[in-house]
Design a protein around this ligand. Structure first.
Ligand code: 1Q0
Length: 211
């Protein structure tokens, strides 16, 4: 796994996410997450509860995408419209659709905010910066608000085992540190755009708090 992973692959997928009229293709969105998960799998077993959950969510979306109503799941925009028009989304707990596409993608969307913050702090970090600190700051400013105490503690424990900044740059497998930083600079605006488009769409449809 570690051998075939590269930062470039992740970014290619997020780049392919955006259609000409700025819709977000679910196919590439989940392909980007698959790459991230394969990277996370190289980080050790303390991360496996995170990657398992991410894989479950990816699989739910894949199933919709390849299912009989798959054409409605081409983009995040078409999914939101289809699921809302057909009342396939639980707006409160305890309904018939606890694993809708909308709520499942929302979980990955929140994690994308974490990724954006974390990569931005990696990009602007200095030799003395600690990945564990960057990671947990990004987490506290994003995902942590949506997660219970026990998960937050388990996540914090896993973050403490992250490799140091230099080793981290190396496993990203994208050349020298300068090259990694340059690549991050190119990629972050793309990730931010995908994030913002999804965020605006969810906000407009009152979907940001789906249970
Ligand atoms: C580098 C370290 C990676 C750290 C990942 C930070 C995310 C922490 C998330 C911890 C919680 C995961 C456990 C499950 C939580 C679920 O309860 C929650 C909500 O779902 P639900 O169904 O209960 O309502 N699920 C989630 O919030 C989804 C979380 C998905 C996280 C996916 C993270 C994938 C990360 C990949 C590694 C990124 C490496 C970054 C550097 C890459 C550079 C090339």
């Amino acid at each position: 796994m570690a051998d075939c992973f590269s930062l470039q692959n992740i970014f290619e997928n997020f780049k392919s996410c955006l259609s000409d009229n700025k819709e977000v293709y679910i196919k590439y969105y989940i392909a980007g997450w698959r790459e991230l998960v394969s990277f996370m799998n190289t980080l050790g077993s303390l991360f496996s509860f995170i990657s398992k959950d991410a894989v479950t969510k990816i699989q739910i979306l894949e199933k919709f995408l390849t299912g009989e109503n798959g054409t409605h799941y081409t983009t995040v925009q078409s999914m939101v419209k289809y699921e809302l028009d057909n009342k396939l989304v639980d707006l409160t707990k305890g309904g018939n659709y606890p694993a809708s596409g909308c709520r499942t993608l929302l979980r990955l969307h929140r994690a994308l905010r974490w990724l954006q913050l974390f990569l931005e702090s990696l990009r602007t970090s200095t030799e003395n910066s600690k990945t564990s600190v960057m990671c947990s700051e990004a987490y506290n400013a994003s995902l942590a608000q949506h997660q219970p105490w026990l998960i937050r503690k388990a996540a914090e424990m896993a973050f403490c085992t992250l490799p140091g900044r230099d080793a981290f740059f190396d496993v990203m497998n994208a050349g020298s540190h300068q090259e990694v930083i340059a690549l991050l600079g190119e990629a972050l605006p793309l990730i931010s755009e995908v994030y913002q488009i999804t965020e605006d769409l969810y906000a407009k449809n009152n979907l940001l708090d789906l249970p």
